[in-house]
Design a binder for this molecule. Sequence first.
Ligand code: ADP
Ligand code: MG
Length: 227
Amino acid sequence: MIVEMKDIEMIYETWSEKTKVLDIPQFDIDIGEQIAIFGPSGSGKSTLLHIMSGLLLPTQGSVKVCGEFVHKLSEAQRDHFRSRNIGYIFQTFNLLQGYTAMENVLMGMTFSPGKADRAAAKKLLEQVGLGGKMKRRPYHLSFGEQQRVSVARAIANKPKLILADEPTGSLDPHNSVEIIKLLKEICKEHGCSLVIVSHNMDMISFFEHTVDFKKLNRTLQVQEALK
Ligand code: ADP
Ligand code: MG
């Protein structure tokens, strides 16, 4: 297993109220698996990915990712865990604007045990179809191209698991399909597991393995029942 989550509960507490966002009895993902989780906006998908990557600790429950009990690690250990094991892809790309595509990918390698490797970065950018645009800065690339750079950056550290949070949320339908295909292909080639979360059901037909977040997360079932 690449992910084993058990009895997960996440409660957000603000000054005025407590909200239970996640109640997940069990969620396991096999090594090498590629899954897409679909659920409406505000249902806790980003929260789930933050917990998987150790950005956030659940209020309760056990989180084992890439062989480590993430919830038992200190914040510094979780940062280290994330840099060694996880590649993240965001809806808004999160590229560093002042740097070229090549530099963005090289920076993705900063935390890896090996040093920044220009030849490897070049190969990755070629693989995502940007061989001719490596010296461009993000604002001279289309949204689709920027997301290709972030795919190359995410895989550059040789992660065991890629977490993609609404990776097609800023893209048109054509580029959305291309990015999904690219992500699947690149993860397969690099032996990396893949978890995509999305609210956009249009993408569902491109995955063999999909998860209905309403079935996984029991807080949503309670909300449905109360309607
Ligand atoms: P999704 O990614 O499915 O849109 P999120 O995980 O971002 O959902 O958010 C789930 C719910 O938790 C939302 O109602 C959101 O407002 C709330 N939430 C998210 N982050 C926080 C936080 N840091 N503090 C309080 N509430 C939060
Ligand atoms: Mg979200």
